[in-house]
Design a protein around this ligand. Structure first.
Ligand SMILES: C[S@@+](CC[C@H](N)C(=O)[O-])C[C@H]1O[C@@H](n2cnc3c(N)ncnc32)[C@H](O)[C@@H]1O
Length: 250
């Protein structure tokens, strides 16, 4: 995983600075300690404002606004402390270091998987899914194209374990645990990526340096800024998936 600018520092600054006015209000009016939810609301408001001043993307504001009030409400549920640790561990194992990769987990649907199978050449080829999630796409491709070699990389432990277990009986699918950035792309006729806008420039540099001239890079939903795709493919699914198809070394 290449280090990327993490948004966690800004998030921490906004939350901590947002707590200062809330703490001041409490010091000035101690009677308000009975109204923790209102104090948490004031903290959330200040944190959202600070996040705005830090020029964070706009979707951070509702997160800051709701974080402390929801924490206060949730603490009223009286759950044992291990439940919070278990919840955190589950989230970490599922999403791993999304703060660094900037790529969360969402899955290619069945129609898009079918459309991707349609982009494969008639001859048997090798395909890699960069960040294969639960391996669902590769399972679908394996059914459609048992003649192709299908490789998936995943660095989040739970999706990887799921993908590995569910693909272990498919002889043409290989699920590998780890970071796809350190895996060369020269052995594949088709490289599939369903990532996010954040790593697309970096993916382009890697693809142009490593992919074979006739190999196809297919990016689900996210284009490479400033690069004209060879073609785009519209999928007739409910989210109107679009594939951006490039020949990075062509
Ligand atoms: C949007 S999901 C796509 C899942 C799957 N390719 C699909 O289309 O259904 C992206 C996946 O990439 C994984 N990922 C992100 N960066 C990665 C990296 N550097 N190495 C391996 N996996 C990564 C994430 O954990 C996530 O499961």
């Amino acid at each position: 995983m290449k280090p990327a600018e993490t948004p966690l520092r800004h998030a921490l600054v906004a939350q901590v600075l947002g707590a200062v006015p809330a703490a001041l209000i409490l010091m000035l009016f101690p009677a308000l300690a009975d109204h923790l939810l209102a104090i948490a609301g004031a903290q959330g408001l200040c944190a959202a404002l600070i996040s705005h001043l830090l020029r964070d993307p706009p979707w951070w504001r509702p997160i800051h606004l709701g974080f402390m009030p929801l924490a206060v409400l949730a603490s009223g549920l009286g759950l044992p402390s291990w439940a919070w640790l278990a919840g955190f561990a589950m989230l970490l194992l599922t999403f791993w270091r999304t703060d660094r990769s900037r790529v969360p987990l969402y899955l290619t649907n069945a129609l898009a998987g079918k459309a991707l199978a349609g982009l494969l050449p008639a001859a048997p080829v090798a395909v890699v899914d960069l960040g294969c999630g639960d391996g669902g796409l590769l399972r679908r491709l394996a059914r459609e194209r048992p003649d192709c070699r299908l490789v998936g990389f995943e660095h989040a432990p739970l999706p990887w374990a799921w993908a590995w277990l569910s693909c272990r009986r498919l002889p043409n699918v290989e699920i590998r645990f780890g970071d796809f950035w350190s895996h060369p792309l020269d052995g594949y006729a088709l490289v599939y990526a369903f990532l996010s806008p954040a790593p697309m420039q970096q993916l382009w540099s890697k693809a142009t340096a490593e992919m074979k001239p006739d190999a196809l890079l297919v990016s689900n939903s996210f284009d490479v800024p400033g690069i004209q795709p060879e073609r785009t493919v519209e999928v007739a699914d409910s989210r109107r998936t679009r594939f951006y198809c490039y020949r990075p070394a062509g």
